[in-house]
Design a protein. Structure first.
Length: 561
């Protein structure tokens, strides 16, 4: 029984789906192979140069069909022998541009020759004016002067026109040459992924007596592909009514040498394991060190691995039976990874450019709040406290913030699980103005036998809400000194503070800050006030420090978070 041979070019096999990871992508191609009774060898050429050879898997369905062997090999070839349709298109563009460059150079040479001829004619005329080698001189009269004048004007105008034409042709040559170089760089980049012919050979057996069709699925990983999340956060603010829309994007970039045309896209945060197993531990003994003679290291060559997929249970009903496997491969199952299925087929060319796809658009619960640290910056910052009430985890990524359709800020979002709360900066709100008055300090000394120094600090903060129809809930953050020695006593005289609460339920719910003052865990004052529309309010922060008279104080800011 003779061995049947079936040849396929990978570029002729459509890509069914692509799973993009953060550092690679998995390509899945499906094609049909008619096989006769007995053995058939299927050869797939021109697989991507960025392929991970250890990731190749072949699976399929077919009556009385079995996969016996999967081999991967590479053969050196000339790059042009593996040129893709895109490369052939670029080469054709190069040839057209080169024709344009050659034509421009020819015209430039012609114009330069014409200028040279005019200059020679001018030189000949000058020689006749002073006498030629035979001693003859040009007779000057009205006719000759007019002729000279006409010739000079003609030579001048022709030279100007010809040089202008030369400049035009030079610009064409330079522009088209740059385009040729750009195309050549793109060709080199595409060909760099195909320095060798990557070949997968699959041996199939039809154990029946009749011909059958086998649906083969070829999957493999390629490097030079990745994705990263980003977000658009759009806030619409009306009178006491705020809505927040979050647009979740996946930004895909690839230069694998293969265009992904009209394919199903899946984005994943998993790290492919490719047959990894849990490490094992032996027994760790402690013993006395004794020098040993170092033995030469021995090497051995491993045989080439055999690829293929693991068994998959057959579908019920009249579906074709799953092909048997002679070789098994363990595939790691990532149960904690996140995957996003893009609902619309996409085309991602191999151009190393960023291509943005929408993962989802969500309306999220949000509560707006205003914050200011006037000691350092009197700008009032608007924040959105948001609960991720979607079914999607938010991955760490960049966000562009829009308020009432105007871009106001760019920031980063940390990872947020479904149901979790997070805070997003919406930039500065110029409608709320804060004035930080000069600080008043007072020094006093008290006591007769045991004297004590006292330093009082008085800070006035003016807040004005210029919004005509909206009140704002503003939290002012102001530092209050914290004693680091028992001889130092700090008293907060104004405002009166209440005890801070740490309610775990608040972490999963949206609640506006309560009006009043509290000290946070860094001993800073958080004073929340409701400022009515078009109103002004004055806040007075006053504290005093008592300490021994023989000591000097210094105030040092540290970040203990």
């Amino acid at each position: 029984m003779s061995l049947q041979i079936a040849h396929f070019n990978s570029r002729d096999i459509p890509i069914k789906s692509v799973t993009v990871y953060t550092d690679r992508a998995e390509i899945s191609r499906i094609f049909t192979v008619p096989i006769k009774s007995g053995f058939t060898e299927v050869r797939i050429d021109n697989l991507a140069g960025a392929i991970n050879r250890d990731s190749v898997r072949v699976d399929g369905t077919g009556l009385n069909a079995t996969i016996h062997e999967v081999r991967f090999e590479t053969k050196p070839v000339k790059p042009e022998d593996l040129d893709s349709p895109r490369i052939r298109e670029l080469v054709a563009q190069q040839k057209e541009l080169q024709v344009t460059i050659d034509d421009a150079r020819s015209l430039k040479n012609i114009y330069e020759a014409q200028i040279e001829a005019l200059n020679k004619a001018l030189g000949t005329l000058g020689q006749n004016a002073v006498g030629n080698k035979d001693g003859n001189f040009l007779a000057f009269n009205n006719d000759s002067v007019e002729s000279l004048h006409n010739f000079f004007n003609f030579q001048q105008q022709q030279t100007i026109d010809l040089k202008a034409k030369i400049r035009i042709q030079t610009e064409i040559i330079d522009e088209k040459t740059r385009e040729v170089e750009r195309i050549q760089n793109e060709i080199n980049q595409l060909r760099s992924n195909f320095r060798e012919n990557n070949i997968v050979t699959v041996q199939l057996e039809n154990t029946g007596d009749e011909d059958t069709n086998v649906e083969v699925e070829l999957s493999y990983h390629v490097f030079n592909a990745n994705w990263a999340p980003s977000y658009d956060i759009r806030v619409k603010s009306a009178e006491n009514n705020h809505t927040l829309k979050l647009v979740y994007y996946g930004n895909i970039r690839q230069h694998t040498g293969e265009d992904w045309t009209d394919v199903d896209i899946v984005l994943s945060t998993a790290t492919p394991g490719l047959g990894e197993v849990l490490p094992t531990l032996g027994t760790t003994n402690v013993q006395f060190f004794e020098p040993q003679v170092i033995q030469p290291m021995m090497f051995r060559h491993n045989k080439a691995a055999v690829f293929g997929s693991a068994d998959v249970a057959s579908a019920a009903g009249n579906a074709a039976p799953r092909m048997q496997r002679k070789q098994m491969e363990v595939q790691q199952d990532s149960t904690i990874s996140t995957t996003f299925i893009i609902p619309i087929k996409k085309t991602i060319p191999s151009d190393d450019s960023e291509h943005k796809v929408i993962i989802t658009t969500e309306q999220l619960d949000a509560l707006l709040s205003y914050h200011v640290v006037p000691k350092k910056n009197t700008n009032v910052f608007l924040f959105a406290n948001v609960i991720n009430n979607s079914n999607y985890p938010l991955l760490a990524g960049a966000a562009v913030v829009y308020v009432n359709n105007s871009m106001v800020a760019t920031n980063n979002i940390n990872a947020v699980f479904p149901g979790e709360k997070f805070k997003c900066s919406l930039g500065v709100d110029k409608a709320v103005k804060v004035t930080y008055k000069p600080t008043n300090n007072y020094q006093t000394q008290s006591g007769i036998l045991s004297k004590t120094n006292s330093t009082s600090n008085e800070q006035r903060i003016i807040v004005k809400n210029t919004k005509l129809n909206e009140a704002v809930l503003l939290t002012v953050h102001e530092p209050i000194p914290k004693a680091t020695d028992e001889q130092i006593k700090v008293k907060l005289l104004s405002p009166e503070v209440k005890e801070a609460t740490n309610n775990e339920e608040d972490k999963a719910s949206l609640k506006a800050a309560k009006v009043g003052a509290v000290l946070d865990d860094l001993h800073n004052l958080e004073w929340t006030s409701l400022i009515a529309a078009n109103k002004e309010s004055e806040l007075l922060v006053k504290w005093a420090v008592e300490y021994p008279p023989n000591k000097k104080l210094q105030y040092v800011e540290t970040n203990e978070r």
